[in-house]
Design a protein around this ligand. Structure first.
Ligand code: MIC
Ligand code: SF4
Length: 642
């Protein structure tokens, strides 16, 4: 039996387990990345392990999320991360150098290698044929320390591409089409391999747009082959030596095959408030637009912004539209400037923002009240933009420009002919904003610089065999980590201050939750399906832990979040019979008895004291996960086993 691309990489990195789909495996990690909103916590965790130098081939810390400095907090965190990097052998990409995924693709990603990052869009690296996963900060810290990364061996899906994209239709439309087909939970437990003849028509940045948004499908990761196009990209980045060819075997086995004919695609749009709420642009044209944002790790490559510039050239945007453009990296921005394309963007009336996540994570540029915002980003969850009643639509750069010009949602095919865009022979290479760590001797005396905003971790205690608790919150399907632990400019500076962050837990859903949970001291949350979709932020587990949440009972979980819950010592349990969900009410008193025995059997019974009912809950934990939960957290487990 042949192998898929992912299986080939897993095979060469396998540390434990068998490559049987659905069973636990662990793999060696070659590279790690962190960003600043999750990085501070990840490095605090790394420090507790007492390891001098990172053990990976390359670890990089990016400053790209918390770049608004409205107080000392973010600047302190950046200084802390930089000092940790210098001391422990980590490369440090300074603020202004760009968004982690864009810069990593340009400068560090390698086909055939493994990468984990404390950011859910780390699968962007799959555009280069790299096996890359988003993970919680603690998993990344452990990988930096040389530890294995544990995952469930995923199912393998293949998307067969045929044809070629038509003018004004782009990689983003492919992402939206697959979201339309599979939904935000359709990729859970699977790796999506992109193949077929159509792959040859897509450049690396276009492939990266597609693997980036595979995260929105809930997929474990997404990957493209490494071929002549990959080689050409690496040559242009002056790192041809990193190229290795990679493809699946003809007799590789897939659990599902999906066909997409690129020639048949039209411009698409994801309507509020979910990336899978997808329509054709032609169906909803005419809605008035207040704001358009171009950028994010999905659509901020040089190719994207050359296209944007060529469409804006000699034109002015509508007077009622506010347009922002955030280039993905310093490389992109400086090449836009040199080529004159930056001027075409500026002359149109656009605002050019720094090379960072910016509006994507609510770091400025929030829409007006009830405003309509078209964004080339990957997520349009309720409230994520910073404006609770904002209406965010996800589109391609082409749709974004067409709509900015007319002031209404517009099918870009109405713009006439698509100007041709010529990519340069080589990208400009200037890695001066990526600081190398100190050598091992100098590093010994280097000081770690901490700020007053860095507070200790929430305490964890070993698990007891019985939990008597209360349902502090009952929520519906597809609850995102942005619901659980919102981000945005006002809250993000407190990512290393769990007590302060906790005030905002579930704020978009129920403002009284945090106070209620804290008062209860011991509580559980009941959720619908795909609980915890979205980001990798472990804060969505650490904050509930701080508030006394002992277990989350739901119909199903998203992959990274369930790992983060276990790492934090919160028990994730799923209903054996989904209709039991309907029988439970908020404030019900519950008991979880004989947990240890239940873990071994894979089944725990929840007794609803208020309703005098019993529900069977499934917990198919591995031995390692049981030990982590019993120890109270992955950190405690790691220390116990040190
Ligand atoms: C996101 O896009 O939601 C983020 C912000 O990049 C998160 C990480 C975080 O919350 O810090 C992610 O995708 O993991
Ligand atoms: Fe940054 Fe947005 Fe990408 Fe997250 S999705 S890494 S916030 S640009």
């Amino acid at each position: 039996m042949g192998y898929t691309i992912a299986e080939k990489i897993i095979k060469s990195h396998l540390l434990s387990g068998k490559m049987v789909r659905g069973s636990e495996i662990s793999i060696k990690i070659d590279q790690t990345l962190t960003q600043d909103a999750t990085g501070t916590m990840a490095y605090l965790e790394f420090e507790t392990m007492g390891i001098d130098r990172v053990k990976t081939e390359k670890s990089v810390a990016y400053i790209d999320h918390n770049t608004l400095q409205c107080g000392f907090e973010n600047a302190d965190d950046h200084r802390y991360i930089q000092s940790v990097c210098q001391k422990h052998g980590i490369y440090f990409s300074r603020a202004g150098n760009g968004i982690c995924h864009q810069v990593h693709l340009e400068r560090f990603g390698k086909p055939g290698k493994t990468l984990i990052g404390s950011d859910s869009h780390t699968p962007t690296g799959g555009g280069l044929g790299m096996l890359s996963f988003g993970a919680g900060g603690l998993d990344v810290a452990i990988a930096m320390g040389g530890g294995a990364y544990y995952i469930t061996m995923p199912k393998m899906y293949k998307v067969n591409l045929t044809g070629k994209l038509k003018p004004f239709v782009s990689a983003k439309d492919v992402s939206l089409e697959i979201l339309r087909i599979l939904s935000v939970k359709g990729g859970v437990g699977a790796i999506i391999e992109w193949g077929g003849e159509g792959v040859k028509t897509l450049s690396v940045p276009e492939r990266a747009t597609i693997t980036n948004m595979g995260t929105e499908l809930g997929a474990t990761t997404s990957i493209f082959p490494s071929d002549e196009i990959t080689k050409e990209f690496l040559i242009k980045q002056r790192r041809e030596e990193d190229y290795v060819p990679l493809s699946s075997d003809d007799d590789a086995v897939y659990d599902r095959i999906i066909d997409i004919n690129l020639s048949e695609l039209e411009p698409m749009i994801a309507c509020p408030h979910s990336p899978d709420n997808v329509r054709k642009v032609s169906e909803i044209e005419g809605i008035k637009v207040d704001q358009v944002c171009i950028g994010s790790c999905t659509n901020s490559s040089l190719l994207d912004l050359y296209k944007v510039a060529s469409l804006l050239k000699n034109k002015k945007i509508d007077k009622n539209v506010s347009l922002s453009v955030s280039p993905g990296s310093k490389q992109v921005l400086s090449m836009l400037a040199k080529s004159g394309a930056l001027n075409d963007i500026l002359s149109s009336g656009a605002r050019v923002l720094e090379c960072a996540c910016g509006p994507c994570i609510g770091m400025g540029f929030s829409p007006n009240s009830n405003g309509v915002s078209l964004r080339t980003f990957n997520r349009n969850f309720l409230g994520r933009s910073g404006t609770k009643d904002g209406n965010v639509y996800l589109v391609s750069p082409e749709v974004a420009v067409a709509s900015a010009l007319t002031g209404y949602i517009t099918d870009p095919r109405k713009l006439g002919d698509m100007p041709s865009v010529t990519m340069p022979e080589f990208f400009d290479i200037d890695d001066s904003s990526i600081l190398a760590p100190l050598n091992e001797i100098d590093a010994k005396n280097a000081e770690i610089l901490r700020g007053p905003n860095i507070k200790p971790f929430p305490e964890t205690t070993p698990l007891e065999n019985q939990i008597k608790s209360t349902v502090a919150l009952k929520v519906g399907d597809n609850i995102t980590t942005d619901h659980i632990m919102p981000a945005g400019a006002k809250i993000l500076p407190y990512r290393s201050n769990i007590p302060f962050l906790s005030k905002f837990c579930f704020q978009v859903v129920d403002e009284s939750f945090a106070d209620r949970a804290k008062e209860l001291k011991s509580s559980i949350i009941v959720g619908g399906s795909n609980y915890g979709q979205g980001s990798s932020r472990e804060h969505a587990a650490l904050v509930p832990l701080y508030l006394g949440v002992k277990a989350v009972v739901s119909k199903s979980f998203a992959r990274i979040h369930v790992a983060n819950l276990i790492n934090a010592g919160i028990i994730p349990l799923t209903f054996e019979n989904e209709y039991d969900y309907d029988k439970i009410s908020q404030n019900d008193k519950i008991e979880l008895n004989d947990l240890f025995e239940g873990f071994e059997k894979g089944k725990v019974v929840m007794y609803n004291v208020t309703k005098n009912q019993k529900y069977n809950l499934i917990c198919s934990f591995t031995k390692r996960q049981i030990e982590i939960l019993k120890a109270g957290s992955l950190l405690a487990y790691t220390k116990n086993n040190a």
